[in-house]
Design a binder for this molecule. Structure first.
Ligand code: SF4
Length: 370
């Protein structure tokens, strides 16, 4: 059914679209300099080539051989520093292949990373993704040091809503349970009843046993969920700046050029895009769909690096590149990850009072039975 309403800051007398992530990157502080490790050599040597040959095997379909000598010294140095710092690297599916296959210990979508974050034994987590993901790791592991290589890596969804907006929504709709997509700040997670990801959103909404649910901040994910359930959905006017750029016309053009092409889309896309798709699912579900169905040609309607990561795993698959890049995800690079481990920066902190409240919403989602 259609969503019951879609609200934004202007509906509460505040026309300003507030930004809560994406702060300016601070210079290396004196304290960071004091605990810094020496800068490793970044020369391309036969030893570096030998040490990274098994990693190049994984990405040789998507990274030209000529580029590897520029990446491999960073990859070797990062992997050595990880051991020295007792650190683990979590990387989202939208990270580039040299990060995803070269230095990450765990890769996946937001739900997989949140689940894995709870099992980390190392003392430090380096989050290769965006700021809300690093906050989620801190919420689930308050005793660990959580680093993000560039704290400006924000998200248009997370920055579309604040905790104060959620309190205003609750005043407008008293008693209606609130579900927050994990693409929100810790402040927002602390104000809601439960979190969801694009993998489990329908299940989470139905688990609340309510005929109406507020679902925020992604209006398109809310519309997608509303099309799959009888629960009435009240939405927020947020959108992913990567997925909202796709159009149904674009997909119809791909299909008319090749009627046999399979189109798979992320539920953050607008409804006319989803209407054209043969399959809709989270990044993890899209990857599983491709692995299981092995189409000859596929259009992956999501962030561009995920297609590269899938191509590295399935070299025979023909992927039609839609190429919408997330500028926030792309702020994370090998040099910044190295910097992060040398200086132990930029540390992500969350107010302990917010952590306790936000953890309840995230854990309620993680503990939900399938
Ligand atoms: S792809 Fe969209 S939802 Fe994901 S981090 Fe970038 S802006 Fe946010």
């Amino acid at each position: 059914m259609p969503i019951s309403g879609v609200y934004g800051p202007e509906d509460f007398g505040n026309p300003i679209h507030r930004r809560v992530t994406g702060q300016a990157r601070a210079r290396v502080t004196d304290a960071e300099r004091a605990r810094a490790l020496p800068m490793p050599s970044l020369e391309w040597t036969p030893e570096v080539e030998r040490a990274t040959a098994h990693l190049y095997e994984k990405v040789k379909n998507v990274i030209p051989e000529i580029e590897w000598p520029f990446m491999a010294p960073y990859i070797k140095a990062i992997n050595e520093l990880k051991r020295e710092r007792n650190a683990v690297i979590l990387a989202h599916n939208y990270q580039t292949p040299e990060i995803f296959y070269g230095v990450a210990d765990i890769g996946g979508d937001s739900l997989q990373l949140a689940r894995e974050a709870t099992k980390v034994k190392e003392s430090t987590i380096v989050q290769c993704g965006v700021h809300f993901m690093a906050e989620t790791s801190k919420i689930l592991n308050p005793d660990k040091t959580v680093l993000i290589p560039d704290s400006r890596a924000g998200c248009s969804l997370a920055s579309s809503i604040t905790g104060a907006d959620v309190r205003l929504l609750r005043e407008r709709f008293p008693g209606v349970p609130v579900v927050a997509y994990v693409n929100t700040s810790a402040d927002v997670k602390a104000e809601v009843d439960i979190c969801c990801t694009s993998s489990n959103a329908v299940h989470v909404v139905e688990s609340l046993n309510s005929d109406t649910v507020i679902m925020l901040p992604d209006q398109y994910l809310a519309k997608y969920v509303a099309s799959k359930t009888r629960v009435k959905i009240i939405a927020w006017k947020g959108a992913c700046e990567v997925h909202e750029r796709f159009t149904g016309d674009e997909l119809r053009a791909y299909r008319s050029a090749d009627p046999s092409v399979q189109i798979i889309a992320h539920p953050e896309c607008p409804p006319d895009v989803i209407a054209e798709a043969d399959f809709t699912g989270s990044t993890a579900h899209m990857i599983d769909w491709v692995r299981n169905n092995r189409p000859k040609r596929v259009v992956m309607v999501t962030e561009c690096s995920m297609a590269d990561n899938v191509q590295a795993e399935l070299p025979d698959l023909e992927i039609v590149r839609t190429c919408n890049l997330c500028p926030h995800m792309k702020r994370i690079t090998l040099p910044k990850i190295l910097d992060s481990l040398i200086y132990m920066r930029e540390e992500v902190t969350v107010d302990p009072a917010i952590i306790d409240k936000a953890r309840r919403s995230v854990e309620r989602m993680i503990n939900l039975k399938n």
